[in-house]
Design a protein around this ligand. Structure first.
Ligand SMILES: Cc1cc2nc3c(=O)[nH]c(=O)nc-3n(C[C@H](O)[C@H](O)[C@H](O)COP(=O)(O)OP(=O)(O)OC[C@H]3O[C@@H](n4cnc5c(N)ncnc54)[C@H](O)[C@@H]3O)c2cc1C
Length: 321
């Protein structure tokens, strides 16, 4: 392993690998990314991979808009492994208040040049015929949204970063960060040795607070459980691969196609925290036990809007922090 690097990135999830490549593209190639497990073994490996530009702040909207342009470009360059499905998305308003809120968001989004607009319930039904239109006040259609393979895109970033000279070391855990009297970082300690550096980027996901604590800094973050269910396809009702992502916040669920079946995730009413005293270092490539009680309101909402789901055989409920 290198004994010195201009920049050390802690964490080989999508955040760390994306930062590594973006730094390298700008000429910062003396970069060492350290990952305590394998790449994507934190939260990234079980992400649903939804990509939406329709966010609450203009800054986030612009960031997501950049991401979509980037995924288009990578796909055009032949990076099929990123699994970029530009299928569009529909955000349903199942209450008058939700419609008003969405309309306000639409005008903000248009203000920064995004291609979004509200449509009627009938138009929404034309796009996703499997929904029950009862109570839909309107919807927002975002043609450029989609979903992707979170592992694929992370490995693509890592590959491109390596090609530009970034060093990536897996199974290497940062155990300490040393600073001088003024608080400037001088080196990091790992279970594989010491590396000198002046710049450390904390991209350690749910472990970030523990890393920050090594230099007396506070990262105000609480790990939360988040669940989604996958189903087999229903014979005769297979979802096409081009099925848009559907979000229905009033009914607490989002949905995308997964191998012809449904993937249904939730906006939990009472989300549960997990490992609030710090996530264990050896929690790697792991999930949490299924919590059907927590997921019940999500499933009920999804069934109200899409009764067809009742006929689908459940494969698995994923509970990931
Ligand atoms: C069930 C679920 C579904 C989701 N769906 C979506 C979605 O559809 N769309 C979306 O945008 N987001 C989604 N998210 C959120 C998204 O997955 C995360 O925001 C993202 O994966 C976080 O990536 P990360 O790189 O920041 O963290 P991680 O992937 O957790 O990576 C951090 C890495 O740091 C490493 N690390 C930690 N400590 C150390 C150390 N001391 N030394 C070395 N390495 C260390 C870890 O091993 C880990 O690999 C979802 C999340 C969950 C839980």
């Amino acid at each position: 392993m290198k004994e010195q690097a201009k920049v050390i990135i802690i964490g080989g999830g999508i955040t760390g690998c994306s930062i590594a490549w973006h730094l390298a593209k700008r000429g910062w190639t003396d970069v060492l990314l350290l990952e305590k497990g394998e790449l994507t073994s934190g939260t990234t490996f079980h992400s649903v991979g939804l990509v939406s530009q329709f966010r609450t702040s203009p800054a986030l909207m612009q960031l997501m808009n950049y991401s979509i342009g980037l995924y288009d470009q990578l796909k055009a360059e032949g990076a099929d492994g990123i699994g970029w499905h530009k299928v569009g998305s529909l955000r349903l308003a199942s209450s008058p208040d939700r419609l008003k809120a969405l309309q306000r968001q639409v005008s903000r989004a248009r203000g920064i040049g995004l291609d979004v607009g509200t449509i009627t319930a009938k138009e929404a039904l034309d796009i996703v015929p499997f929904i029950n239109p009862d109570g839909i006040e309107g919807a927002v259609h975002i043609p450029d949204d989609g979903w992707m393979d979170p592992n694929g895109i992370t490995l693509e970033f890592a590959k491109r970063a390596r090609e530009l000279g970034v060093a990536i070391k897996t199974n290497c855990r940062i155990t300490g960060i040393t600073t001088d009297g003024s608080g400037a970082v001088t080196h990091v300690e790992t279970n594989k040795g010491t590396v000198q550096t002046a710049i450390v980027i904390n991209a350690a996901g749910q472990w970030a607070p523990r890393l920050s604590a090594m230099v007396g800094a506070l990262t105000p973050m609480v790990p939360m459980m988040h669940q989604y269910v996958t189903t087999r396809h229903i014979p005769g009702h297979e979802l096409p691969e081009q099925t848009p992502v559907v979000r229905d916040p009033d009914n607490l669920f989002y949905l995308r196609e997964e191998v012809g079946g449904f993937l249904v995730g939730g906006f939990e009413l009472e989300p549960k925290t997990w490992a609030t005293d710090g996530v264990a270092w050896d929690f790697t490539q792991q999930l949490l036990p299924e919590d059907w009680e927590l997921f019940e309101p999500v499933m009920e909402g999804a069934l109200r809007r899409i009764p067809l789901i009742e006929r689908a055989e459940v494969i698995k409920l994923i509970n990931g922090p």
